[in-house]
Design a binder for this molecule. Sequence first.
Ligand code: ZN
Length: 320
Amino acid sequence: MPRSTRPITSVLAAATALALPPAGAEAAAARPAVGATTTVSAASQPRPKRTTARRTPTRTTATRTATKRTSTTKATAAKTATTKTTTTKTTTTAARPTAARPTRTTARRPSTRPTTRTVNRATAPVRPHGPVVPGKVAYLTFDDGPTAAYTPQVLEILRRHRAEATFFMIGQQATAHPDLVKRVRAEGHAIGNHTWSHPNLATSSAGAVTDELRRANQGIGGRVRCLRPPYGATNGRITSLARGQGLTPVLWNVDSRDWTRPGVATITTNALAAPAGGGAPTILFHDGGGTRTQTVAALPGVLDSLARRGYRFDTLPVCR
Ligand SMILES: [Zn+2]
């Protein structure tokens, strides 16, 4: 899927100055969790399970989508058991992604999957949304995880809304929760590097930056193509060091400010704000680094509102 990443990159670059969070404030919010993580990691320091982490996901994009599509099929066609009806429904639901995602259409076209393959998937109802407007895409991003407390809740909400997102993982966290890394990938989301231990890269030596990025890549395992520098602190030097590790830095243009825990209503309002500098919204959330119950509570409303405005939710192109 050769999508151009230019517009997003330049929008984000332009938005950098506006979107930079006060590093001190986020530092205060994030540090305790990172410290706690260190304790866990030091105690049990599990080696990243190469074979598990790198195993090619058993579900390809094509089968994943087919599963999703037919999950809907199953839900809508559950009462009618005849093959004929099922086939018809599949065709109907397949039409929507075609319009909204032209570049992926060909790859996602198996169309005549046997319904038996899809039975396990639909454990909870998938929310129906209005028609997706072609080209309207929102990128949800989650930093500082994975965490046992919040990542599974976020994943469940995303699944119910048929949303794909990008998780910027801290290497220490990923190493402590290889099962969650695997699950995030298996459910179709992209994973980015958020360093090994969440330092401010702008004030770290070149050697330290490289070490932070490399260790996080190793800890996460598998395909990692993008970097979100902690606190949004980046510069030309960091960009070039990141590229040396195969990573493209990517920031955000909408900050939910969930890391300040301002309450569900404020997080929702912030997340629905117009992107700084225009373009597709790339929204900053956190599934780690502290208590994220407000984030989890705000997320369904944010997804519903954006979906009503015609957005679909995808992984960041530079992270795929
Ligand atoms: Zn962070």
